[in-house]
Design a protein around this ligand. Structure first.
Ligand code: AMP
Length: 465
């Protein structure tokens, strides 16, 4: 006999179950509705992509790409490699040799489970020539993302994001200074849309923080200045920050280490080092947010983890999430499409952590009660089954949630089950009801019982919907 094995979900992944999935569905439906009112269409990119796409866009020095990405050789390509090895060496590679070969494969021969979707959306924009569509192209997506992080509350290895991107090809010879006002309005509207979505869901304790991290002109100069200042205080920093002085000094500003806070507070601030265009755009974003009634706080330390951001960055936190309280992150990424081989294109977008959004709604008591049934059809007597089936069909066609037991049950058992399922009404059908056409309807909340015709019952339920 085969050994009995108990399978479990892989670490950092989980099953989403009813009734919680009802909340997930409500969140997703609301996103579709709200984003639709802003003129966005849905894109569903694949879940795996070439590893190179992420390496190039997110940046090879980021944690997401260097440590957290599920990147692997396509097993079928590995088959080819295996065969080539056999041919060349006249011997079969062992598991160790195969692992070594796989480990040495360049990114160009690997595929990855997507750690985020902005790169995919940009790839799709290029692949489908969307620059030829009326600009800007406004897209939203939702689905699972994969990062090999240390799992904890609000942090998973398979997690879900709801995101949106606005992409706009830059016409040739456009003066970059000329469109600052327009870009700022686009940024502000994207932020306004996320806030409208959160408001519609009743998310509590929502706080929006914004910043500008400059562009290709002014950011490198600021980063150098920051690096020089950090080197002066290197001894006082922890090992992570010390490493980041070399790899990515901006990320030091992200540090949550208590001992580093005083030092960071005295570092030069990017707002004082923005070039004229970036400064003008940042001022205009703030004016636009005010005009739209969107409240925000400025946070000069908000740098975001991914390399491709420029100018406007923002992050939103919500109630009840502990240390993992960021529920949405976003920013502008002009130049990313070009980096991926497309035409010069502006971009701005955000990604909401859906798992965290759900957690926050649940913490605030907005999870919603378990959905029961509207009607439990308690039928007794073999001849009654056909009537019970017909009744269930009509009720379901009217959009009601109906439980129809597959076999007849004793009266007491049927009512007990109706109660357990949280049904509002039990429709009691026996020989009498079938003969007279007068149904017995029991309201489970108060135990009252009345007789009525099928039409009357349907009418009563419709009114209560
Ligand atoms: P990012 O793509 O890193 O900018 O993240 C955007 C949002 O996705 C964050 O604000 C989180 O809400 C969510 N998020 C990122 N990583 C995870 C994870 N491992 N588990 C759950 N949510 C995540």
């Amino acid at each position: 006999m085969a050994e009995k094995k108990k399978f479990q979900a892989i670490k950092g992944t989980r099953d989403l179950l009813p009734p919680e999935t009802e909340l997930w569905n409500r969140v997703e439906q609301t996103a579709r509705k709200v984003f639709g009112t802003f003129g966005y269409g849905e894109i569903r990119p694949p879940i795996f992509e070439p590893t190179e796409l992420f390496a190039r866009s997110i940046g090879v020095d980021t944690d997401v790409v260097s440590k957290e990405m599920y990147s692997f050789p396509d097993p079928f390509d590995l088959g080819d490699i295996y065969a080539q090895y056999q041919l060349r060496e006249s011997t079969t590679p062992g598991a160790g040799q195969l692992a070594t070969i796989a480990g040495l494969l360049p990114d160009s021969q690997l595929i990855a489970a997507r750690p985020e979707a902005t790169a995919s959306v940009c790839r799709a924009y290029i692949e489908h020539g969307m620059h030829a569509l009326p600009q800007p192209v406004k897209l939203y997506y939702m689905g699972p993302m994969f990062r090999r992080e240390r799992p904890q509350k609000g942090r998973y290895r398979q997690f879900y994001q709801i995101g949106a991107e606005v992409l706009e090809m830059v016409p040739p010879n456009q003066d970059p200074a000329k469109n600052i006002g327009k870009d700022a309005a686009v940024d502000a509207e994207v932020i306004e849309m996320v806030m409208a979505f959160f408001a519609r869901l009743g998310l509590e304790g929502v706080k929006l923080e914004i910043n500008s991290i400059g562009d290709r002109d002014c950011r490198p100069k600021y980063v150098e200045l920051l690096r020089a200042e950090l080197l002066k205080v290197k001894d006082k920093l922890g090992p992570d920050s010390q490493r980041r002085i070399e790899t990515n000094p901006l990320r030091v500003l992200d540090s949550k280490l208590e001992s580093e806070q005083g030092i960071i507070a005295r570092l030069p601030k990017i707002a004082d080092h923005l070039c004229a265009n970036c400064a003008a755009q940042y001022t205009e974003v703030k004016r636009q947010l005010n005009m739209r009634g969107v409240a925000y706080a400025e946070n000069w330390r908000l740098v975001r983890g991914l390399d491709y951001y420029m100018r406007t960055t923002f992050e939103i936190t919500a109630l009840g999430l502990g240390s993992q309280n960021a529920v949405c992150g976003g920013g502008r990424y002009d130049g990313l499409v070009e980096l991926l081989g497309g035409p010069p294109t502006k971009g701005i977008g955000f990604a909401i952590g859906e798992d965290r959004l759900i957690l926050s709604l649940q913490e605030a008591g907005k999870g919603g009660a378990a959905q029961g049934r509207d009607v439990f059809v308690a039928w007794m007597g073999e001849k009654t089954q056909a009537t019970a089936i017909a009744a269930a069909q009509k009720l379901r066609a009217a959009g009601l949630r109906v439980e129809l037991p597959p076999v007849e049950q004793k009266f007491g058992k049927a009512l007990g089950q109706a109660d357990k399922l949280g049904a509002r009404y039990a429709l009691i059908l026996g020989d009498d009801e079938v003969a007279t056409g007068q149904w017995t309807v029991k309201t489970l909340a108060d135990g009252s019982q009345t007789k009525m015709s099928e039409a009357e019952f349907l009418e009563m339920l419709r009114k209560g919907l």
